[in-house]
Design a protein around this ligand. Structure first.
Ligand code: KIV
Ligand code: ZN
Length: 519
C-alpha cells in the first residue's frame, strides 16, 4: 500500500495571522467543522496562549471536533504549553485526538536579534519544552522556526535532542519563503540522513509563499526530502504572500499519483465549499485564475478548448470540476420551498446548526431573500448561513432599513436605520455614490473613526445580474484590522451590512477598549 501524506491544516492559526483575517470563535468552529468534513488529518486550531479569544477557540474546536486531530501552537515554554494542554483538554480526554505543536527559532538571525539567546540556551529550551509537552500529551510536534535559514549542524543537534525527548513530528518551516524547490527538497533529505534518530519521527514541511513557491517547495520536500506531512491552508491564506495552499498540494498529489505514489485521506469534493467558507468568513476574495478553487479554474473560454472538451473531456482537463466540489449553479430552492426542504438542503451542504432556533432564524432569512430573488442557489444559502453564524452577542449593530436616492447629475443621498444593542438610530447623509452616502450615514452616528482599507464587491453566483452582491469591507482601528462581509441582492444594502459587520468585530468583547464611547 502507498504511504500516506498527512495533511496538516493551519488556516485557523497561521492563516489567521494574515492582517484582517482574524475570525471569531464561532467562525473558527464553523471552519473547523468544514475541515473535519474535508477529512484533514490535523487541524491547527490556534495559539492558545496568545489571547483569551484564541484559547476559547481552540477549546471549542477540541470539544466539538473528533474526526481530525486538534492541535494548538505553543512557544517553547511551560506556560504556553500548559495553556495549550488546557485548551485541548476535551480532545485529550477522548484519547488520541490532540497534538501540542511547540516551536523555537534556530537561525542565527532569529536567535540573536529576536530571542537574544545563545545556541546552548535554545537547544536546552527546545529539549525541556518537548519533555514538558510529552508529559501532557502523547502527540508532540516540534518546529525550529526559520529552520531553512538555520545552520544545518546546529539544526541537526536540536532535532536529534527533541526526537530523543519524544517529539513524534519534526516540522521544517521555511518561515520567510526563501527556499527554492531543488534546494529545499535536498535540505530535508540531508537533515533526515544526518539526524541519527530521524526514523523515529514523521517529517513535515511548512512553506511560506513569498516567492510564489510554497506549493512547489512543499512538494519537493515530500518527493525529494521524504517528508510525509505538509502544513498548508485553505486558499493559501496566511501572512504576507500566504502559506502553501491545501487545495493545490492535495490535487497535485492526487492527480499525479503516478509521480508521488502517495495517498491522501482528503474528501476532495469538500474543497470548494471549504474555500468558499474561508473566503466568505475572512473577506479574502479568491483570485479568478487561482488553481483548483478560482472561478475560472475549470472555465474554457476559447472555442478550440470548448470544442475539445465537448468531444473528449481530458483533451484540456486534468481534473474534474465535480471532484473538487464545483457544482453547476443549480436552482435549489425558491419562494415556495418549505422548512423541511430548506433543512434538507442544509444537510446536503454539510451545514450543521446547533439548535432549532438557529435553523428557524436562517429559514426566516431565506424566506426574506426568496421574496426578493426568484432563484436561490447553494452559494446563496452558504452566504445566508454565514450571516447567521454571527451570535447575538457579536451582532451589536444590525441594519434595520436603508433607502437611498440617486439621480444622474445629483449627489446621492441615503437614509439608514440601524440598531445598536437595544437602541435604534436613524441617520442620513450625502455621498459621492449611494454606497459612500450609506456608510457615511452610519459613521455619522457611530463615530468609530475607523479607517476604510478595502471595499470590494463580488457576485455570489456568476452569470446573472440577479445574483446577490457580496461586499467585503476592511477597517483598521488602533492597529487592529477586521473584515466585515455582507450579502444582499442590493449591493448598497450589502455594503451597509458589511460595514456594520466590521464594526461588530471591532466592538466585540475583546475589543471593547478600542470601541469605547461608541453607541
Ligand atoms: O512559519 C513558521 O515558522 C511557523 C512556525 C511557528 C511553524 O509558522
Ligand atoms: Zn508559518
Amino acid at each position: 500500500m502507498a504511504d500516506k501524506l498527512i495533511i496538516f491544516d493551519t488556516t485557523l492559526r497561521d492563516g489567521e495571522q494574515s492582517p484582517g483575517a482574524s475570525m471569531t470563535k464561532d467562525e473558527k468552529l464553523r471552519i473547523a467543522r468544514q475541515l473535519e468534513r474535508l477529512r484533514v488529518d490535523v487541524i491547527e486550531a490556534g495559539f492558545a496562549a496568545s489571547s483569551n479569544g484564541d484559547f476559547e477557540a481552540v477549546k471549542s474546536i477540541a470539544d466539538h471536533v473528533s474526526e481530525s486531530i486538534v492541535c494548538s501552537l505553543a512557544r517553547a515554554n511551560d506556560r504556553d504549553i500548559g495553556r495549550a494542554a488546557e485548551a485541548l483538554a476535551g480532545a485529550l480526554a477522548r484519547g488520541s485526538g490532540a497534538r501540542i505543536h511547540t516551536f523555537i527559532a534556530t537561525s542565527e538571525l532569529h536567535m540573536a536579534a529576536k530571542l537574544r539567546m545563545t545556541r546552548e540556551q535554545v537547544l536546552e529550551q527546545a529539549r525541556l519544552a518537548v519533555r514538558f509537552a510529552r508529559n501532557l500529551c502523547s502527540d508532540v510536534e516540534f518546529s525550529p522556526e526559520d529552520g531553512y535559514r538555520s545552520d544545518p549542524d546546529f539544526l541537526c543537534q536540536v532535532l536529534e535532542a527533541v526526537i530523543d525527548e519524544g517529539a513524534g513530528t519534526i516540522n521544517i518551516p521555511d518561515t520567510v519563503g526563501y527556499a527554492v524547490p531543488e534546494l529545499f527538497g535536498d535540505f530535508i533529505r540531508r537533515l533526515r540522513e544526518r539526524v541519527p534518530n530521524s526514523e523515529r519521527a514523521i517529517w513535515s514541511v511548512h512553506c511560506h509563499n513569498d516567492l510564489g513557491m510554497a506549493v512547489a517547495n512543499s512538494l519537493a520536500g515530500v518527493k525529494v526530502g521524504g517528508a510525509r506531512q505538509v502544513e498548508c491552508t485553505i486558499n493559501g491564506l496566511g501572512e504576507r504572500a500566504g502559506n502553501c495552499s491545501l487545495e493545490e498540494v492535495v490535487m497535485a498529489v492526487r492527480t499525479r499519483r503516478d509521480h508521488y505514489g502517495l495517498e491522501v485521506g482528503i474528501d476532495t469534493t469538500q474543497i470548494v465549499p471549504a474555500s468558499r467558507m474561508v473566503s466568505q468568513t475572512t473577506g479574502f476574495v479568491v483570485q479568478p485564475n487561482k488553481a483548483v478553487v478560482g472561478a475560472n479554474a475549470f472555465a474554457h473560454a476559447s472555442g478550440i478548448h470548448q470544442d475539445g472538451v465537448l468531444k473528449a473531456r481530458d483533451t484540456y482537463e486534468i481534473m474534474r470540476a465535480e471532484d473538487v466540489g464545483w457544482s453547476a449553479n443549480k436552482i435549489v430552492l425558491g419562494k415556495l420551498s418549505g422548512r423541511n426542504a430548506f433543512r434538507q438542503r442544509l444537510h446536503e451542504l454539510g451545514i450543521e446548526m446547533d439548535s432549532e432556533a438557529e435553523v428557524n432564524a436562517a429559514f426566516a432569512r431565506f424566506k426574506d431573500l426568496a421574496d426578493r430573488k426568484s432563484e436561490i442557489f447553494d452559494e446563496d444559502i452558504i452566504a445566508l448561513v454565514g450571516d447567521e453564524s454571527v451570535t447575538a452577542e457579536q451582532e451589536h449593530y444590525r441594519l434595520l432599513s436603508l433607502a437611498q436616492h440617486s439621480e444622474t447629475g445629483e449627489r446621492p443621498h441615503a437614509k439608514v436605520a440601524f440598531a445598536a444593542g437595544s437602541a435604534e438610530f436613524h441617520a442620513e447623509s450625502d455621498g459621492n455614490g449611494p454606497v459612500d452616502a450609506s456608510l457615511k450615514a452610519i459613521e455619522s452616528k457611530v463615530r468609530s473613526g475607523a479607517e476604510l482599507m478595502l471595499y470590494s464587491v463580488n457576485a455570489i453566483t456568476s452569470g446573472s445580474t440577479e445574483s446577490q452582491g457580496e461586499v467585503t469591507v476592511r477597517l483598521q482601528l488602533g492597529g487592529r484590522v477586521v473584515n466585515g462581509v455582507g450579502a444582499d441582492p442590493d449591493i448598497v444594502v450589502a455594503s451597509a451590512k458589511a460595514y456594520l459587520s466590521a464594526l461588530n468585530k471591532l466592538h466585540s468583547a475583546t475589543d471593547r477598549v478600542a470601541a469605547q464611547g461608541w453607541p
